[in-house]
Write a protein that binds this ligand. Structure first.
Ligand code: CMC
Length: 443
């Protein structure tokens, strides 16, 4: 079977060919389709990138119809079952699972960089006590670009890897400091005898005890949640990471931009919204009327639906299991009952079935976080801590891809043609039509 697409332009009767590779044609091959010499050539129009691959990537594989998620070829459930978060972080960043020695070196490298420069601590102190932690995180990560100006040498591999270790290591510290700032609690310095996740819990919750010891079930549950959130191919924030990175911006500023995308309610902000929704529903008997309100377009069912998964999000299944383990320690959070019932009713309802809307990663994660003692406004920060690994892996892949250039989409211009400026004293006074020419494509 020839792997090329034949296109007939009915405007001119001319025929064109575009090679098909990996079930994809190159949009640039459409440019040859012209009506005349002065024609710029055909563009493809794809708002919100519904059908556009922007890169070739070997990091994460998703089959949305089958509900499959793999990092570097490994099934997400196996990674969540058998690996630690730092092991998975190494895998995403380097392509292979670490050897014992590589893991030891990587762990100690991350530990070496957990501290924040004291001036960064002061920077954090400048926020109001009630500042949203995502705003604090985004600004602080951006500020790190001033602390490490050498980070802009992005084509120096050694330098790049140093900044990657710094970013992975400092995200939990920033998150914990944001939390303690809100309550006026003293900041807790990292304890490098603890695991990545154990140390994060230590910086969050240590009070008077000489040494913080995390509950091992909760520590493992958080590690699993970090694994599940570490990457998700070309999602909104990763696309921003690659887009900003394509301008050769330093990784701190790129991560700040990606985290800004993550903060949105339709992306990482959804887990916080799920909790607010469950609070608003309040009791099980109010679920049917809430579902009706969703179906009439009044609300969205937060934590449901996904651009890629048209089947159960495999991460949601693992999170549901993790929730049961967490509740053996914390006791059941009453919201889980509302969530389970909401899921049951939604999955039987034609509206959700027809649109293939299933629970996504955010549906149950917030309930676990709340049971563990995290405030809802920290949930998206908890998403950003592991996702920084995916962003950085994708950023480095983009930088080293010889096909990539500065990201710069085209547009279909729909505004006025050339117009004359109406003098100030006549503006808005008469029916002076500036005259409009046909909309044109600006190139
Ligand atoms: N509740 C009710 N209706 C929904 C929902 C929802 N959560 N999600 C999609 N729909 C409907 C939507 O109204 C549309 O209906 P119709 O065909 O009648 O117009 C249809 O389903 C298709 O939806 P869409 O908006 O075209 O889908 P999308 O791929 O553009 O959006 C989404 C994906 C995740 C933004 C969306 O499903 C949504 O807003 N979900 C709620 C927010 C959420 O949970 N976000 C977390 C996503 S997973 C983690 C992450 O990415 O951070």
């Amino acid at each position: 079977m020839p792997d090329r697409l034949k296109i007939t332009d009915e405007r001119t009767g001319l025929q064109y060919e575009a090679p098909i590779k990996d079930e994809t044609i190159r949009a640039i091959d459409l440019r040859q389709i012209k009506t005349g010499e002065k024609d710029f050539g055909l563009l493809s129009y794809d708002p919100a990138f519904l059908n556009t691959a922007s890169c070739r990537s070997a990091i994460t594989y998703i089959d949305g119809d089958a509900g499959i998620l793999r990092y570097r070829g490994f099934a997400i459930d196996e990674l969540a079952e058998r690996c630690s978060f730092l092991e998975v972080a190494w895998l995403l960043l380097n392509g292979e699972l670490p050897t014992e020695q590589e893991l030891t070196v990587w762990q100690s490298q991350v530990k070496r960089h957990t501290m924040l420069h004291e001036t960064t601590k002061k920077f954090l102190e400048g926020f109001r006590y009630d500042a949203h932690p995502m705003g604090m995180l985004i600004s602080t990560v951006a500020a790190l670009s001033t602390v490490y100006p050498e980070a802009r040498n992005i084509f120096d591999a050694k330098n790049r890897h140093l900044q990657i270790a710094r970013l992975v290591a400092k995200m939990p510290t920033i998150c914990a400091y944001c939390y303690r700032h809100h309550f006026g609690l003293p900041y807790i310095y990292p304890d490098n005898e603890l695991s990545f996740t154990g140390n994060f819990m230590n910086m969050m919750w240590k009070m008077f005890e000489p040494k913080y010891v995390a509950n091992p079930i909760l520590e493992r549950a958080l590690d699993v949640l970090f694994i599940l959130h570490a990457d998700h191919e070309q999602n909104c924030s990763t696309n921003i990471m690659r887009g900003v990175g394509s301008a050769q911006t330093d990784p701190y500023l790129c991560v700040a931009a990606a985290a800004s995308a993550l903060a949105g309610a339709l992306h990482g902000g959804a887990n916080e919204e799920v909790l607010r929704m469950l609070e608003e529903i309040g009791t099980k008997d109010r679920i049917p009327s809430y579902i009706e309100a969703v179906k009439s377009g009044k609300y969205k069912l937060m934590g449901f639906g996904h651009r890629v998964y048209k089947n159960y999000d495999p991460r949601a299944r693992i999170i549901k299991r993790t929730a049961d383990q967490v509740f053996t320690v914390t006791g059941e959070n009453h919201k889980i009952e509302i969530a389970r019932e909401l899921e049951r009713i939604a999955l039987e309802d034609d509206y959700f079935v027809q649109r293939k809307l299933y629970p996504n990663v955010d549906f149950y994660s917030g309930i676990i976080y709340e049971a563990m003692g995290f405030r809802p406004d920290l949930f998206t920060v908890l998403f950003a801590i592991p996702r920084v690994v995916g962003w950085l892996a994708q950023w480095e892949e983009m930088l080293l891809d010889p096909e990539q250039k500065i990201a710069r989409p085209r547009q279909v211009y729909t505004g006025y043609g050339l117009r004359d400026i109406v003098p100030m004293h006549r503006r808005g006074k008469d029916a002076d039509s500036p005259g409009q020419r046909d909309p044109q494509v600006a190139v």
